[in-house]
Design a protein around this ligand. Structure first.
Ligand SMILES: Cc1cc2nc3c(=O)[nH]c(=O)nc-3n(C[C@H](O)[C@H](O)[C@H](O)COP(=O)(O)OP(=O)(O)OC[C@H]3O[C@@H](n4cnc5c(N)ncnc54)[C@H](O)[C@@H]3O)c2cc1C
Length: 434
């Protein structure tokens, strides 16, 4: 049987290969880099495990947790039960569970109006999350009521600068007004449901299990998806030996949308849709110190708007000496091209202004994501429909990724499973018609 060519060995591509294998269909994954895991990769460095992006999951996620069981991964670590946020120039402690249910104690920090608005927003999102369970269907439903609003108009200033910014940072760090639909997606993806956990030893074990037995061509960068008429005909691939044309009639793209846009000519309406999905660059700095840098019950800090530091947390609750700095948001985007040393120094200074670092750094890893997290476009429902319709017009092409079913590892797995289902459904329909 001709293999399906998958582009990208992140969780979407590995997931697509897994769901194909479950149906007995072989796949070849073309991966530009030398590893796998993409934006949720874990890198062993200096004897430490550095997770450079996605790592936390919810025990309420059906696909991710089913795979954890299949892979025999049973040892997890809890995530921080609370966090601190810089508001009005001071560190305000917030309990995650209470914040997510709209804790009225927040009124003291953000004002009564903001707290009530947050409460009603969360109640709305959560009631629908129960009904629609982690699929993009939720955002489509919510958008019917919500897409005419902008976050700036709907929420008070303190709320936008406080908890709403916090949620946007959790998702990868842009400003709330840039990520309004993504905030809805955050609640759609089960945030606030289940227990938040990280895999003991790092998320890399999950990817390794998913990658086991799969054919992955590392260092194989796809440059173009060639079409013949309205169908996929092949791939142009650059690798260590040069540029090759590889025949292919079944392709699943599992790269971020801003990468796919450069590879294939979509119809005009789908190109417009694709252009409206934004990816926000960020840098993830993992730094280990010879003494704790978090103390006094602080494990995780969200920084103020205008800071180049969006967020910094202890890698695990029991690792106050291992900090994960996320440089994100508008201010950070202006400086992300500076050298590593500069970024690290600036991050440490911003952190020290809130919690002085009295320790020596012993290990460091800087990862830059040119497209950090997917910012869902306003009118996501229409964007997704136009994208899927545009791709459906190209025989043999399917898409999976964080821009379709939620920008979490669960959303990526769902998009991968759906891409496989659509591909098989179309092929069956074509066979029946013939
Ligand atoms: C800082 C940060 C924190 C996050 N935290 C969480 C979290 O705690 N929990 C959670 O669930 N999610 C989290 N996410 C989101 C999650 O990590 C992503 O949604 C997910 O990893 C995206 O996976 P993907 O496979 O769709 O894309 P990617 O991971 O980007 O994979 C795409 C792959 O394609 C490869 N590629 C690119 N171009 C080409 C080409 N031309 N040819 C061949 N290969 C190519 C890339 O090298 C990469 O390996 C976080 C993301 C970030 C950035």
């Amino acid at each position: 049987m001709e293999p399906v060519h998958i582009i990208g060995a992140g969780i979407s591509g590995l997931g697509a290969a897994h769901y194909l294998a479950a149906r007995g269909i072989p796949a070849i994954i073309h991966e530009a880099g030398q590893g796998h895991g993409g934006r949720a990769a874990a890198i062993r460095h200096d004897g430490h495990m550095f997770e450079i992006g996605g790592k936390n999951f919810s025990t309420a996620w059906p696909r991710f947790t089913a795979l954890l069981r299949d892979f025999g991964l049973t040892e997890f670590e809890p995530q921080h039960p609370g966090f601190h946020i810089v508001m009005a120039d001071r560190l305000v402690a917030l309990e995650k569970s209470k914040t997510l249910t709209g804790d009225l104690r927040l009124a003291s920090a953000i004002g009564l109006r903001g707290a009530l608005q947050l409460r009603s927003f969360l109640a709305e999102a959560r009631s629908k999350a129960e009904a629609l369970n982690y699929t993009a269907g939720l955002i489509e439903e919510i958008e019917r009521d919500w897409d005419h609003m902008t976050i700036d108009r709907h929420f008070t200033k303190s709320l936008v600068e406080g908890p709403m910014r916090l949620f946007s940072i959790i998702m990868g760090g842009a400003e709330p007004s840039e990520l309004y639909p993504s905030l809805l997606m955050l609640f759609a993806s089960g945030f606030g449901k289940g227990q938040h956990r990280a895999i003991k030893g790092g998320v890399g074990q999950f990817h390794d299990a998913l990658a086991a037995g799969k054919t992955i061509r590392h260092g194989s960068a796809v440059r173009r998806i060639h079409l013949s008429g309205n169908a996929v005909a092949g791939l142009e691939i650059a690798d260590a030996d040069g540029v090759h044309q590889v025949p292919a009639s079944r392709v699943i793209s599992a790269v971020p949308l801003h990468v796919l846009r450069q590879m294939v000519d979509l119809p005009a309406y789908a190109r417009v849709a694709a252009a409206s999905v934004r990816y926000f660059p960020l840098a993830m700095v993992n730094a280990v110190y010879d003494a704790p840098v978090f103390r006094d019950g602080v494990h995780s800090i969200m920084f103020e708007p205008g800071s180049i530091l969006g967020h910094c947390s202890a890698n695990r609750l029991h690792q106050p000496h291992h900090a994960r700095f996320t440089l994100s948001g508008k201010a950070a985007r202006d400086v992300l091209d500076r050298p590593d040393d500069w970024l690290v120094g600036a991050a440490e200074r911003a952190f020290s202004a809130r919690m002085p670092i009295a320790a020596n750094r012993t290990s460091l890893h800087v990862a830059r994501h040119t497209g950090g997290i997917c910012g869902y476009a306003p009118y996501f429902t229409r964007v997704k429909r136009d994208l899927l319709r545009g791709v459906a017009g190209i025989g043999g092409l399917e898409i999976a990724g964080d821009y379709l079913e939620g920008h979490t590892m669960e959303g990526c797995l769902t998009s991968a499973a759906l891409a496989v289902e659509r591909m098989l459904h179309t092929e069956t329909a074509a066979r029946l018609a013939a």
